[in-house]
Design a protein around this ligand. Structure first.
Ligand code: PGA
Length: 263
């Protein structure tokens, strides 16, 4: 697990967008796993800028979003599909047929969740999975006690998650309690995982993710089992880590070896 202590959320977004754009240049048909919430917005802004300045094309990219609320149509302003259209898809050249979301409406949800896994596999798997983290350690909507090998399925949201997301809802709006989400096993299948976390509210979840035991009670701790995961943290999110000096030193060494072209 690589821990990058960044100067700010803006700096983290620069680094993450740079990584995605570098991989996109090498592989124009990149398969991207995407996240919603306030955390990834800076990255999406940078991807849109790269497209609009002619520096990148998403014409061959396929995207798979992590999760979606049950029974919210794509046109609903609280749906994650709506969020993604607004922050990314409407502003880039990705074909509509290349945009994938876990099934969240209609019948046969479990079978269609399995199909979602097959669609990912058929495209060769996720090259990059972008992640945020919940204050309870969830990734996607894999809430505490989610099986560490879980695949795409329907989950009930915890009161904590609903409370954290209540800020996005007007007082007369009903907050969903169910969502379709990629599983932890699905996420661990991505070749590269980039997780961002900002603010004090995430500090305890980040401590448990990096320095705690692997435990389904902190779903993000499963990332310790992945071979190419980087956490981009601002100082507040990193504030409860006990080995900050070591992470900085590791980062310095890695940069030095890269400069010397030895990595
Ligand atoms: P946030 O949500 O980016 O809005 O903080 C992250 C999450 O719940 O996974």
């Amino acid at each position: 697990m690589r821990v990058r202590l960044t100067q700010s959320a803006e700096h983290a977004a620069d680094l993450v967008a740079h990584e995605i754009l570098t991989q996109l240049r090498a592989k124009p048909n990149l398969v991207l796993g995407l996240a919603t919430g306030s955390t990834p917005i800076g990255v999406y802004t940078r991807l849109v800028d790269a497209y609009q300045s002619g520096a990148a094309s998403f014409a061959k990219v396929h995207t798979f979003n992590l999760d979606e609320y049950l029974d919210l149509p794509a046109s609903h302003h609280q749906s994650y599909r709506f969020f993604m259209q607004r922050h990314l898809f409407d502003a880039i050249d990705i074909p509509a047929a290349h945009i994938h979301f876990p099934p969240s409406e209609g019948q046969n949800l479990l079978r269609r969740c399995q199909q979602y896994e097959t669609e990912i596999e058929d495209l060769g798997g996720l090259d990059i999975q972008l992640l945020g983290i919940g204050s309870n350690g969830h990734i996607g909507f894999n809430e505490p006690t989610s099986s560490l090998r879980s695949r795409t399925r329907i989950k009930t949201l915890t009161p904590k998650t609903r409370q954290d997301n209540a800020r996005f809802y007007a007082s007369d709006e009903t907050q969903p309690t169910l969502a379709a989400t990629m599983g932890i096993g699905t996420i661990l299948g991505a070749r590269t995982i980039l997780l961002q976390a900002f603010g004090q509210k995430k500090a305890e979840a980040i401590r448990a993710t990096v320095e705690g035991p692997v435990s389904s009670y902190c779903p993000a701790s499963a990332l310790q089992l992945h071979e190419d995961v980087t956490l981009f943290l601002d100082s507040e999110a990193a504030s409860r880590l006990s080995m900050q000096d070591y992470y900085l030193q590791t980062q310095m060494h890695e940069e030095q070896l890269r400069r010397e072209d030895r990595m």
